[in-house]
Design a protein around this ligand. Sequence first.
Ligand SMILES: Cc1cc2nc3c(=O)[nH]c(=O)nc-3n(C[C@H](O)[C@H](O)[C@H](O)COP(=O)(O)OP(=O)(O)OC[C@H]3O[C@@H](n4cnc5c(N)ncnc54)[C@H](O)[C@@H]3O)c2cc1C
Length: 399
Amino acid sequence: MNFILAEEQLMYVETVQRFVKDKILPQVLNLEATHRFPQDLISEAWELGLLNLCIPEDVKGFEIDIISTALIVRELSYGDTGISTSAMCNDLANAVIAQNGSDEQKQAFLGPFVEKPLIASFCLTEPGAGSDNAAMTSFIKKGTNGKYLLNGEKCFITNASYASQFTVFCKVGKPGGVMIACVIIPSESIMKAEIRPQAAGGREIILQEGGMIITGKPEDKLGQRLSNTATVKFEDVVIDDSRIIGNRRLGFKYAMDVLDYARPMVAAIGVGLARRALDITLEYTKERKQFGERICDLPVVRDTLVAMWKKVELADLALMKAACKVQEKAEDRSLYASLAKNTAADAAIFCATEGLHLHGGYGFMTEYEISKLARDAHIIDIYEGVREVQDMIIGRELV
Ligand SMILES: Cc1cc2nc3c(=O)[nH]c(=O)nc-3n(C[C@H](O)[C@H](O)[C@H](O)COP(=O)(O)OP(=O)(O)OC[C@H]3O[C@@H](n4cnc5c(N)ncnc54)[C@H](O)[C@@H]3O)c2cc1C
């Protein structure tokens, strides 16, 4: 493990830092207040090469290594974790194809993302199957014409209202079946579909080859208001064999493998947010004076700042170790991916909460960024597997 960044990695870090400083931070509070998906910023990020990092080189993608990907996500998250969540979920949906698709599938389903700033969704969670993903009931079943039909409902799906491609996990044969497949509803199909916008911001997507996708009203969220989250319903969506990724019995394994890749990315989101909370709190406490001195010089405040700094640094170490383990496909990578996710979520919540406290009453005002970070931080402990699920994975690996 090497802490000296390669020239290329330094270049990525500097590019993202510039983007965050010039394009995100100056407008983040205004954008957040409107709770609107920042499509233009996502397109700019795509132009800079900060999206779709996992697409293989033979599809003309960047195929960026996991450590560099973690650095990019961490720096983007310093600007806004809603934007980085949206970018990361694009990669999550596409990583399953990059890791398990045939050459034809990679060309057909990943190629368009290299050409245009398209958005993808990773559809795993269902109303009755959150932490217990295997309890999902969405399913594909063969119709009379020999093609599969997909039916079911997913919830909390990032990017759903804007997605031009859906990566969907579903049972095979019946809702209560044991086999899980991973299927793609490709951008080619969504582009040709008739899209009927709904009053509340949902969409009805009527597919030419048969079936319909309905995305729900965008969720009104406590935090990460610059990411989009909605339900997705599939009604008799035709899935031919070319849209089933890899082996149709191995979808659950593909989902778990991709979560090993995704958890360090969520850790990177946590580290980015925690560092931002520390930096703006340092700035504030160096300016604010009470009892005749800067509040950062009051002993208890100094202790809190030290505790925040330690959390950020330890989370960053855990992130880098997990990224190295996943990069080298180490046997114990799940252990470190879960450790990094929990350590970074804890750092994010701690730094945002304590940072808000050190801002006093001002921290409770929405015009202070720390109040936004305090709202944003909570989800890091929940998505891609709640804290207890990470501990369950760590416990299982240990014994
Ligand atoms: C903003 C946002 C974006 C998301 N994006 C996506 C996405 O793009 N794609 C996608 O598929 N999903 C997505 N999700 C879903 C997310 O991954 C789930 O919300 C998460 O996995 C938890 O599932 P749940 O909400 O059903 O909580 P539940 O599983 O019902 O858990 C509730 C609580 O029960 C406890 N608990 C659960 N399991 C255990 C256990 N084994 N041991 C001990 N305690 C336990 C924990 O305290 C937990 O917090 C997103 C969610 C949000 C809020």
